[in-house]
Design a binder for this molecule. Structure first.
Ligand code: SAM
Length: 235
């Protein structure tokens, strides 16, 4: 009987650890642990994700460059940039002429990003910071992206609000600004992350309460929807 209880306890502890550390990637245990787990896998991250340049261009680079209409003088803030996915995809778009600032909490992810974008020169830069307290003034950045990261934040809804806070609003003089591109986790794993992910309806409601227009939640991958919206200046 004792052996059975012991086996059950070990099994439960293993399942709990798998849920917290592998599926939720430390999300319920605090931002320092999430960043530590990413630092441990930083060198392997790109091969785990198997990014495909053509897919990335088609799904991310071209839609963003088109919305920015050339993007001359536009700075994209890529929050939770990881190994520099958005800087890499944007700077190979022939019709994007702006620059990208990548922010992440995980130092080794940023080290890989800096190394892999070194050839791109001064159009790319990186800052180590936490999504929950971005080191930028409000209404500052013309475009904000945050891919595949909201669900790992201590409070995803506050993180989303922080992205919108630093985003510059589009107005009559700058109609091509104010774009937010982010993701929402979907699929069966999303159901194992209560409080960290939203149904499409919930997310629409949350975004609808923010100063955002043109809200669009698009099916993208098995585990992520793409979320687009534009911040608008109050009348
Ligand atoms: C799945 S990766 C996504 C990286 C990149 N956006 C991409 O699409 O490849 C999640 C990233 O979020 C970062 N991250 C998680 N929590 C963070 C926080 N509180 N502040 C800043 N970065 C955070 C991690 O360090 C990691 O680089």
């Amino acid at each position: 009987m004792i052996w059975l209880a012991l086996i059950l306890a070990v099994g439960l502890a293993g399942a709990l650890a798998y849920w917290q550390l592998i599926i939720a990637e430390g999300a319920y245990l605090g931002a320092p642990l999430v960043a530590l787990l990413y630092d441990w896998t930083a060198e392997k991250y790109n091969s785990i994700k198997e990014f495909n340049d053509d897919d990335e261009d088609y799904c991310l680079g071209r839609p963003l460059a088109t919305r920015l209409d050339g993007g001359a003088g536009v700075t994209i803030l890529d929050v939770a940039t990881g190994t520099g996915r958005i800087p890499l995809v944007m700077l190979r778009q022939p019709d994007f002429h702006g620059r990208v600032i990548g922010v992440d909490r995980a130092w080794k992810m940023l080290t890989v990003a800096r190394r892999d974008t070194a050839h791109l020169g001064e159009r790319v830069s990186f800052i180590q910071a936490d999504v929950m307290a971005l080191p930028f003034a409000s209404n500052r950045l013309p475009v904000v992206t945050c891919m595949e990261a909201l669900e790992f934040l201590p409070n995803p809804q506050s993180g989303l609000a922080e992205l919108v806070r630093v985003l510059q609003a589009a107005g009559k003089k700058n109609p091509g600004r104010g774009w937010l591109l982010t993701t929402n986790r979907v699929g069966w794993e999303a159901k194992l992350m209560p409080g960290k992910t939203w149904s499409r309806e919930q997310l629409e409601r949350i975004l609808g309460r923010m100063p955002l227009a043109l809200i669009s939640i698009q099916v993208w991958q098995d585990i992520y929807d793409q979320v687009w919206a534009q911040k608008i200046a109050p009348n």
